[in-house]
Write a protein that binds this ligand. Structure first.
Ligand SMILES: Nc1ncnc2c1ncn2[C@@H]1O[C@H](COP(=O)(O)OP(=O)(O)O)[C@@H](O)[C@H]1O
Ligand SMILES: [Mg+2]
Length: 370
């Protein structure tokens, strides 16, 4: 690729039934505009739109003159895959379609994905530096195992789906010491908060087993990741590669869920704040700064480490928990991070960088391609 032709980037997203037939329209619009500014051709397409032997190109959406337009686009040189699917059949179908596309015109992936919470946890566990920050995690196997876990973990557990998002289907289980009653607080598949009580551990565990169904779940200690006033919060760091192909910290925000809402995901109706002032308010100046520094250090080390396990990555959203003692916990690593929180807290520099980086890094990749 020569320096004058800056290449075509296709943003691959899921199909959707809105006014526009694809998801993440607002994010895609910002990327298209930023691409235009950097002289890169950016368009949006869905896996289902790829077809064999279509010589005219690929049907996609571009944002031009302030509106979306459907157009035949040249096949992409680089693909920014934002699709979410854990359905095996759908995943294989997408792979088939993309290899078909590659035979028509070779392309690069901007970034590889990560293979779910469990494999990320196992990879991080292998590095002694991260171990103190990882909540002890096991895969859910059924009522007898969970009963044993509760016995050795003060009667409490946190369950989450291995491939979950947005805090959906999470559970906090609590055995009452005297009555033997089991209390469950959770978020449903539609992300609404609910509570259940069971007269005994057996009846509760049977209900939990039904709730998990055939979905793989993870079990962790229940961590007290709430503010002084009882609202759950976490710290989200966006790490991205920049125009020189180096990892850099784009921004750090705190996301606060509503009281009793169990998780801090913004999809459950949470709010975002600037991280450092929030941590200082919660933990005091010394501990607040220290927690922020630990989070920054971990954030700078995790991406390169994960690349040695999962291949080249372009950006990661890292979720950290901070408990009442000020201890930092690595909660989750997202390979397809959102960035709405930077727009919400009015951090225009981070917000702009979060859109700029994928374009600059794509350009860097295309220009340094052998
Ligand atoms: N072990 C835990 N104890 C208490 N709360 C937790 C625990 N793990 C996660 N959470 C809360 O649940 C939220 C969602 O968990 P996470 O692992 O990020 O899954 P998701 O993919 O649904 O975002 C976290 O942001 C945090 O607020
Ligand atoms: Mg999360």
């Amino acid at each position: 690729m020569n320096k004058h032709h800056k290449g075509t980037m296709g943003i691959l997203v899921g199909e959707s039934q809105g006014p526009l037939p694809f998801s993440e329209a607002s994010f895609c619009r910002k990327l298209c505009i930023m691409g235009g500014r950097q002289g890169m051709n950016v368009f949006v397409f869905c896996p289902e739109w790829i077809s064999a032997g279509d010589i005219s190109g690929i049907p996609g959406y571009i944002f031009e003159h302030g509106a979306w337009a459907r157009k035949w686009m040249p096949r992409p040189d680089i693909i920014y895959d934002r699709t979410f699917t854990y359905d095996r059949k759908q995943m294989l179908r997408k792979q088939d379609l993309l290899s078909e596309l590659a035979t028509q015109h070779p392309f690069m992936y901007l970034t590889r994905g990560l293979a779910g919470k469990w494999s990320v946890y196992q990879a991080l566990r292998k590095c002694p530096d991260f171990v103190p920050y990882l909540p002890n995690t096991v895969q859910y196997e059924g009522p007898p195992q969970l009963a044993k876990w509760l016995q050795t973990h003060g009667g409490e557990a946190f369950l989450k789906p291995r491939n979950g998002t947005h805090g959906k289907r999470t559970l906090h289980i609590q055995l009452q010491p005297y009555s033997g009653e089991m209390r469950v607080r959770g978020r449903s598949s539609r992300n609404t908060v609910f509570r259940r009580r069971f007269p005994s551990a057996e009846s509760g565990l049977a209900w939990v087993d039904k709730f998990t169904g055939t979905r793989p779940f993870l079990v962790q200690p229940y961590l007290h990741l709430s503010s002084e006033t009882g609202e759950p919060f976490d710290v989200r760091v966006l790490m991205q590669k920049n125009e020189r192909g180096e990892w850099s910290l784009t921004g750090m925000v705190v996301r606060v869920g509503q009281k009793h809402s169990l998780t801090s995901n913004l999809h459950g109706g949470g709010t975002a704040y600037k991280a450092l002032p929030f941590l200082i308010r919660e933990l005091g100046v010394h501990d607040g700064k220290e927690a922020a520094n630990e989070i920054r250090t971990l954030s700078q080390r995790i991406p390169e480490y994960l690349e040695t396990h999962f291949g080249r990555l372009a950006e990661l959203g890292l979720d950290f928990g901070v408990d009442r003692q000020g201890s930092v916990w690595i909660i989750e690593v997202n390979s397809k991070p959102g960035r709405s929180s930077f727009f919400r807290i009015g951090d225009p520099i981070s917000a702009k960088k979060s859109i700029e980086n994928p374009i600059s890094y794509a350009r860097y990749l295309l220009l340094s391609k052998p």
